[in-house]
Design a protein around this ligand. Structure first.
Ligand code: HEM
Length: 178
């Protein structure tokens, strides 16, 4: 064992997170936020699947929830990138992990690569799905000729976000906890 994560967290550049692991503050914020984002997204999609009565209200709520999630995620990603690239070094923080070998391919690097394979296309996909949704649906959204395309791209964007969260959580554990 490496001892208490709290003690290990001392001495890294940047601000430590609040979860008591070696992760930096914005890493903790995104790690925790994903536990809210994924269920809220699933609920927003569930709303429009079995619409029934109140269909219009549900579609409008779906639009608002997805827009809010998009804006929150964008702000979180920017803050996360500033934190990780300018203020701290995730590699320093991951160095004590038994799964990390500085300067070599190792479990943490494999995991980060898999995470990025999902995270980068998902970010682009969300921008695309939101931009096209706003363009192709009315202000108060109603099913139209764009529905079928949106259902496919929306599902892909949702699967991408779920996989981004899952692989992100695994990376977090291997790099900053183990
Ligand atoms: C990244 C953001 C979004 C995701 C992941 C997403 C996801 C989805 C999914 C998966 C469905 C299909 C549900 C089913 O299986 O029936 C759906 C339906 C719908 N979404 Fe989105 N959505 C997003 C943003 C938006 C936005 C911004 C709007 C409006 C401007 C919108 C309007 C609609 C409408 C109108 C439907 C119903 C389509 C129909 O069945 O006729 N969505 N969305």
């Amino acid at each position: 064992m490496n001892g208490s994560p709290l003690l290990l967290a001392q001495g890294f550049p940047g601000f430590d997170g609040f979860l008591g692991t070696r992760a930096a503050i914005m890493t903790d914020v995104v790690f925790v936020a994903m536990f809210a984002v994924v269920p809220i997204m699933a609920w927003s999609i569930w709303l429009v699947r079995g619409r029934g009565l109140d269909g219009d209200a549900k579609l409008l709520l779906h639009k608002r929830v997805q827009l809010a999630l998009g804006v929150i995620l964008l702000i979180a990603v920017i803050a996360f990138e500033v934190d990780l690239r300018l203020l701290t070094s995730w590699k320093d923080r991951a160095a004590p992990s038994r799964h990390f070998i500085p300067g070599a391919w190792c479990v943490v690097w494999y995991c980060l690569s898999i995470h990025l394979v999902f995270a980068v296309p998902t970010l682009l996909m969300w921008v695309y799905v939101i931009a096209m949704g706003l363009r192709k649906f009315e202000q108060s959204p109603r099913p139209n000729e764009y529905s079928a395309t949106h259902r496919v791209t929306g599902r892909l964007a949702a699967i991408g976000m779920s996989m981004t969260a899952l692989t992100g959580w695994i990376f977090y554990y291997l790099a900053f906890v183990a």
